[in-house]
Design a protein around this ligand. Structure first.
Ligand code: SF4
Ligand code: MG
Length: 328
């Protein structure tokens, strides 16, 4: 059986200077470059990286919300990237996205019921009564009062709004959810509640997730496998446990070191990646991480390391990957 999702050599480029505000700036933004990934049914794959790493663009390109410049995306073996918009429609229902700020994706003048049933209405699924019943059922699934259906999103807290957004994404009974920083705007206890809820829903509904976050801790909680993105490329891909316990890429190690840990003493604080991520308009030569990498050597500035196997389930793009034992 083919995986639920298969992504092959996916690239997304944006040209600057094609009119609009950026007319004076010239160049091409290489937002996503040559990404290959797959997702099994029922699996959660984490996509981790700093802001500007291309993770949101990759999520949108998987869903064909942004059409990729190159490469292929297959859902259940069907190639989405070659389909015109009309023929994509039946697949769109099966893939839904949850955004970081749910208010951005909600019309504040719609009631919660209207918000939740909107994807059903747009796709012509069910009649009004069916859609009402579905909205009520989803409110219960999300632990929200059914009486809230006639209120407006602005009358709910941030965490409740995110649950409403998840309810809407679930309304058309998708197979795949792309969750883009779904907990980033929330306080820590609400983040934990949403993550637990997402974990429960995935199990009970047999869903698959692509979970996008800059927070390796949150991703480690939910994902079975993690792909680390740096400047639009996958630099490390491994089962979550392995990646968190023994990262092989220096960039992943720096992300892990930046996580707050209770057991760390001040004196063994490791400097997280130095400086700001470079621009995706003029990415550094060779390994794009070389200007910030504590392990960089001369070859790193000249030759881009390929993503290659480091064990049966682990892939890393580095000329000098960290040793398995010392990284643990
Ligand atoms: Fe660092 Fe070189 Fe590995 Fe890039 S290839 S991560 S610069 S050691
Ligand atoms: Mg983003």
């Amino acid at each position: 059986m083919s995986p639920l999702l298969d992504v092959e050599d996916l690239s997304v480029r944006f040209n600057l200077g094609e009119g609009g505000l950026l007319r004076k700036t010239r160049g091409t933004i290489h937002a996503v470059s040559d990404v290959s990934l797959h997702l099994e049914r029922g699996e959660c794959l984490g996509l981790v990286g700093e802001s500007g790493s291309g993770k949101s663009t990759l999520g949108r390109a998987i869903l064909q919300m942004t059409r990729p410049s190159d490469g292929r995306v297959y859902l259940d073996g069907h190639e989405l990237t070659k389909l015109p918009e009309r023929q994509l429609r039946p697949y769109r229902r099966r893939m839904q996205m949850v955004f970081q700020d749910p208010m951005d994706a909600m019309n504040p003048r719609m009631t919660v019921e209207q918000v939740i049933v909107e994807p059903l209405r747009l796709q012509g699924i069910g009649d009004r009564r069916d859609r009402r019943a579905r909205a009520a059922e989803l409110m219960e699934t999300m632990g929200l009062p059914v009486s809230g259906l006639q209120r407006y999103p602005g009358q709910f807290s941030g965490g409740q709004r995110q649950r409403i957004a998840i309810a809407r994404a679930l309304a058309p009974q998708p197979d795949l959810l792309v969750l883009d920083e779904p907990t980033s705007g929330l306080d820590v206890s609400m983040q934990a509640r949403i993550l637990n809820l997402l974990a429960d829903i995935r199990q009970s509904l047999g869903l698959s997730y692509v979970f996008i976050s800059h927070d390796l801790g949150a991703v480690g909680y939910l994902a079975q496998r993690i792909a680390v993105l740096y400047l639009g490329r996958v630099v490390e891909l491994a089962p979550a446990r392995t990646l968190l316990a023994a990262p092989r890429h220096p960039y992943t190690a720096s992300l892990l070191e930046a996580l707050p840990r209770l057991d760390r003493k001040a004196e063994d604080d490791y400097a997280p990646a130095r400086g700001e991520p470079p621009s995706p308009v003029n990415p550094p030569s060779g390994c794009a991480f070389h200007p910030r990498c504590p392990a960089a050597q001369a070859v790193c500035a000249n030759e881009r390391p390929a993503l290659s196997a480091a064990g049966s389930t682990h892939r890393v793009a580095c000329h000098f990957p960290l040793a398995q034992e010392s990284a643990a």
